[in-house]
Design a protein around this ligand. Structure first.
Ligand SMILES: *Cc1c(COP(=O)(O)O)cnc(C)c1O
Length: 470
């Protein structure tokens, strides 16, 4: 048959849409015409291209039955959730691609409760006047960090932008060359500074910056001394960093505000769990830093947010800045942050905030869980894979504590009926999506980031993908 003849077998868009509407499609989600027509058009266009490119295997692909089936697949695909749950078996606790911090069930319930009801988001209950959405979390943040004031915006990048614009627009901010960080997803300190209208004055060298480097650069144009926490890298070897105490002293001497972009924003010293190198927000406030910004969804373990704490006067200036309105948090974030901070207030953060329980999980417990899951996999997979429990380490992730390796246990799986690469891909697709690490031709499953309630689904999915005919 010539291509022209085959093309004539294709029904028109209207005709195919009518077939669909007349057919009984109980098993497929109902869609309206406005959605049906573009899908039909997409399908006929694809088929037309296939015909013209000689890619059509058989003209039976154009039968009414086949066309309706192809359309059904498209409609089902459209109706599926694009944002779906994943089981994180990578051991990377703050995995940015998997949504960073996971909220506890209790915090998630607090969000759902506020989402499905009216609330006093911006209502002063005693006076009946308009209130502030920040009031619900400001007191907690001040009590927990020792700061005089607090404000919360959309994320830490926004917090830095707002703080710079409010404190030093049209002026210069002095930063060490060792702290000009780039955080994944294109957050670069020099570029954010440019956007905020603040001129960057770099001082020192990559590995060494002395207090004198800052004081030599101070002039009547200086508006701010800025310290940036090198969250996702460390400069090691021959180094000299100007401490925040030294910066605070300089700031006092020259009457300049000192701001610190802390990145992760840890409220609990994790030293006793072997996690070193992250200053707490309290330490920075105690050192006299005027303004500190950090993320809500990194080590704090809460919702995405940019938390700003510091001197009352400066926070007051930030609250009045027009950017604050553009960067304001929604009520879900307020609810999630309030419930997360409550865990800190109640001294139950380590047990009840998933990020912190995962980071501090004990090695014997991780070993026992890995042993149990590995035994199940061995039993179900038999000769389809080689399974071994190995010592391994997990990462904090999310651009936090890059040099910290959390000692842990991993299950190493060498599949025999499928390649590692293919297995990792299929694990990510379909129901019960799973993300694993791939290393040395093995799949590594780290239970540190898997909730016990997810174990059965994890085992089921791995068995489904790895089992086959040898
Ligand atoms: C993560 C990080 C940011 C960006 O924070 P987001 O909440 O992702 O916007 C900025 N600065 C530092 C130092 C960071 O570690």
């Amino acid at each position: 048959m010539t291509k022209e003849k085959i093309l004539r077998l294709l029904p028109s868009v209207d005709e195919l849409a009518r077939w669909w509407e007349e057919a009984e499609n109980d098993q497929v989600v109902p869609v309206g015409r406005s959605v049906l027509i573009p899908l039909v058009r997409e399908l006929t266009q694809e088929l037309r291209e296939k015909i013209l490119g000689d890619k059509l295997s058989d003209s039976s692909e154009l039968s009414k039955e086949e066309l309706l089936q192809a359309l059904g697949t498209k409609i089902k695909g459209l109706a599926e959730y694009k944002l779906d749950l994943m089981i994180n078996a990578t051991g990377v606790v703050l995995h940015t691609n998997l949504g960073r911090a996971v909220l506890s069930e209790r915090v998630a319930e607090a969000v759902a409760r506020i989402a499905a009801n009216y609330s006093n988001l911006e209502l002063e209950l005693t006076s009946g006047e308009r209130g502030s959405r920040y009031s619900h979390v400001e007191e907690y943040l001040c009590k927990l960090t020792g700061a005089e004031g607090a404000l919360v915006v959309n994320n830490n990048a926004g917090a830095v932008l707002l703080a710079l614009a409010a404190l030093a627009r049209g002026k210069e901010a002095i930063v060490s060359r060792g702290e000009l960080v780039e955080i994944g997803g294109s957050f670069r300190i020099p570029e954010v500074m440019a956007q905020s209208g603040v001129a960057l004055v770099e001082v020192g060298a990559t590995n060494k910056t002395y207090p004198a480097d800052y004081s030599n650069a101070i002039s009547e144009n200086t508006g701010l001394l800025l310290k940036v926490h090198t969250s996702n890298y460390r400069i090691v070897g021959f180094t000299r960093e100007t401490t925040r105490e030294e910066l605070v002293q300089l700031g006092k001497k020259h009457q300049l505000p000192v701001m610190e972009d802390l990145g992760s924003g840890c409220l609990i010293d994790l030293k006793q769990w072997g996690i070193n190198g992250e200053p707490t927000v309290q330490q920075c406030i105690a050192a006299g830093v005027d303004l500190i910004t950090f993320s809500g969804d990194k080590l704090l373990g809460g919702p995405q947010a940019g938390i700003i704490v510091g001197a009352k006067k400066i926070i007051g200036r930030l609250k009045k800045h027009p950017l604050t309105r553009a960067l304001r948090i929604d009520k879900f974030t307020v609810a999630a942050l309030e419930a997360t901070l409550k865990e800190y207030i109640n001294n139950s953060a380590i047990e009840n905030i998933p990020t912190l329980s995962m980071l501090t999980a004990s090695l014997p417990e991780l070993r026992a869980r890995a042993g149990r899951v590995a035994a199940r996999l061995e039993q179900e997979l038999g000769k389809n894979a080689q399974i071994a429990v190995e010592e391994g380490s997990s990462m904090v992730g999310g651009g936090a504590l890059p040099t910290v390796e959390l000692p842990g246990t991993v299950i190493g799986i060498k599949p025999y009926v499928i390649s590692c690469h293919q297995a990792a891909k299929e694990l990510r697709l379909g129901n019960n999506k799973v993300m694993v690490r791939v290393q040395d031709d093995k799949l590594l499953v780290d239970l540190r980031t898997v909730f016990p309630r997810q174990e059965e689904n994890l085992i089921g999915k791995i068995v489904e993908i790895l089992r086959g005919e040898l």
